[in-house]
Every structure is written in C-alpha cells, then in structure tokens.
Ligand binder design. Structure first.
Ligand code: GDP
Length: 329
C-alpha cells in the first residue's frame, strides 16, 4: 500500500471507498492489498474500509472450485469465466493456497494460467493471498470476496490451489462448491477423500475429450452411484455428476445450468441465507480465536517466559497448570 494512504487516512479512505464502489479495478486491488497488510496502521484502515462497505456486500454468487493439481482447474476457470463474461457477468477469481510461501502472483506469475481471462475487462484475477496460517489466508480471502462484491462483481470464483485442508475453508466461504475430477484413477489415486466428495454441490469429470471420453462417461456413472449412497446434505440437494472438457470447452454450459438450478433450489428452501449466516458467525468465532492467540503471543518477553517455564516443567519443578496461570496473570 502506498504511504499516502497512511498519512491522511480519513481523506484517502473515502477516495478508496469511492473508487472501489465505482468498480475501479485499481482501487479494488489497492483495497485488497490494504486488508492483507500486516502493518498496524494499514490494519486499522483496512478494518475501517471493510466496515464501511459491508452494507454493499453479499450480492454475488460465490463459487468454490477444487480438485487435485493438474485436474484442469485453471483451464476450466478460464473457459467458464469467459462464458460468464460473454453473458454480461463480471467475474472475479480469487484463490486459497495454504501451502504456499509463494509471493503474490502465484496465479498471474504463471503466465499460462487464465491467460485470456486475465485480459478480459469484465474479469478480475487476484493472486493468492499471502499469509502465515491457513486461517489468516482464509480470512484475507473472505475480505477480498467482500471487496469484490462492493466493486460490483456478480460472480466470485474461489479456487483452491493447495491440496488437503484448503477444501474445507473454501467450502466455508462459498455458496456452491464444484469438485473437478479425472476419470481413470481411483479416488485414492486422485488424492480425493470421500469427505471432499460429500462436501461438493456438483462433481464434474474433466478432460472428457479424445480417447478419454469413454472413461469419463464410465466414471460419471460410477460417481452417480456413489453419490446416491452419501448421507443427505444440509442443503437437501442430490449432487449432480457431469463431464466436461475445459480444453475443448464442452460441458461448460451444463455446469452453469446446474449452478442455476442449485441457486434456485437453495433460495427456495432458505439454505442460501442460512448458510451465509452460519459462515459469517463461524468466521467471527475463528477471528476471536486468532485474535486471542495473537494478543497472547504479542505480550512483552512472552517467548522468554515460555522458554523458562518449559525447563521448569520438564524437570518437574512446575506444573503445567500453574505455568499457564502465571503467563495469563
Ligand atoms: P490445475 O492444476 O488444476 O489448475 O490444472 P491446469 O488447468 O493447469 O491443467 C493441467 C494440465 O491439464 C494442462 O496441461 C492442461 O492443458 C490440461 N488440461 C486441462 N483441462 C483439460 C481438458 O479438458 N482436456 C485435456 N485433454 N487436458 C486438459
């Protein structure tokens, strides 16, 4: 964030809000950078910014996309995103990458990723948020979603770049969760756990092209059968299973048709609102926990005090309970 935003925060905050809410991409980028900043003065300003725009948020459809590396997520998002922008939608793409120590630019840095979409005036692609913990990265991404909404985006796509825990955190910030899969590998081979399949609102087998079409269709039938055995989900929705080819751009329209069906289903039964409410409350509690931890470890000399007690505890000169009480007193 450039220092002018710090010197006279009040004036510049209003500029930032005006630029952001008019849909200006540069201001949107600056706003996201501000809320991701670890500087104390930026943090304050970032919190103020989010608080001021919160009434302008919530109107997009938030779509999560997951799948193992190489399944074709970025190729899919490129094809899908272009369809949406061609239909007049404004599309933002964010990502959650917990495994990464990569600096900003993990999406755009790799030039082959979403090349066309990144040039599309109706799209906005933001590299993965930097952060030391998954919780921190997730919270930054949630705020980036809010900022994109304030800037007027209709569709926000959140991609999981890492594997493992990031599916759960992305699921918890979106309305609809798409799982991309491949044919011809066992679930185990694909690193996809049953739990992740159960989290999905839609399973699509990608790379259904060339000599792989038959295998993809066979996999679709297998997954359809598997899905019927899943316990009912909270949105009361039977997970559809489809096939597509992100490269040949086939089956992409069908994904959008399913999304629209899902959207009217969850608006009809109240799950859309209920889920959003629950997600916000969970986020609130997560931030309380994170703040508590942050405040505790920011105490003066805390590392030294902990170290000292570690030795006393290991030589049985101090009980854990007493040590903890002392640190909190
Ligand atoms: P990501 O790691 O999930 O983002 O996957 P990418 O989008 O980077 O794709 C990984 C590789 O699979 C690339 O070489 C793509 O060109 C290829 N790929 C992606 N989608 C398709 C598809 O629909 N069909 C085929 N045959 N290859 C694809």
């Amino acid at each position: 964030m450039d220092s002018t935003f710090r010197r006279t925060p009040n004036i510049h905050l209003q500029d930032l809000i005006d630029g952001l809410t008019s849909g200006n991409r540069v201001f949107l980028s600056k706003s996201i950078t501000l809320v991701e900043s670890k500087r104390e003065d930026d943090k304050k300003l970032g919190a103020e910014l989010i608080d001021q725009i919160i009434g302008n948020t919530g109107k997009s459809l938030r779509i999560g996309i997951t799948g193992v590396p190489g399944v074709g997520k970025s190729t899919f998002i490129e094809a899908f995103g272009k369809k949406l922008t061609a239909a007049g939608k404004e599309v933002a793409v964010l990502s959650v990458d917990p495994s990464s120590n990569r600096t900003r630019g993990s999406i755009l840095g790799d030039k082959t990723r979403m090349d066309e979409l990144s040039k599309d005036p109706n799209a906005f692609i933001r590299p993965s948020a930097a952060g030391s913990s998954l919780g921190g990265v997730a919270s930054n991404t949630r705020e980036a979603i809010l900022l994109c909404e304030a800037a007027g985006f209709d569709i926000i796509i959140v991609e999981t770049v890492g594997v493992g825990q990031s599916e759960t955190v992305v699921k918890d910030m979106v309305d609809y969760f798409l799982l991309l899969m491949l044919a011809g590998g066992g679930d185990e081979l694909q690193g996809i756990k049953r739990g992740i399949m159960e989290m999905a609102d839609h399973i699509v087998i990608n790379k259904a092209d060339g000599s792989n079409i038959k295998a993809a269709k066979k996999a679709r039938e297998d997954y359809k059968n598997a899905v019927h055995l899943f316990p009912p989900n909270e949105s009361d929705w039977i997970i559809p299973v489809g096939v597509c080819s992100a490269i040949e751009k086939t089956g992409i329209d069908e994904v959008w048709i399913e999304i629209e069906k899902y959207e009217s289903h969850i608006h009809g039964n109240g799950w859309f609102e209920e889920n959003r409410k629950r997600q916000s409350i969970r986020w609130f509690h997560e931030r309380i926990q994170a703040k508590l931890e942050e405040t505790f470890y920011a105490k003066p000399n805390i590392k030294k005090e902990i170290k000292k007690r570690e030795e006393l505890i290991s030589s049985q000169k101090l009980s854990v309970r007493k040590a903890v009480d002392e640190l909190f007193s």
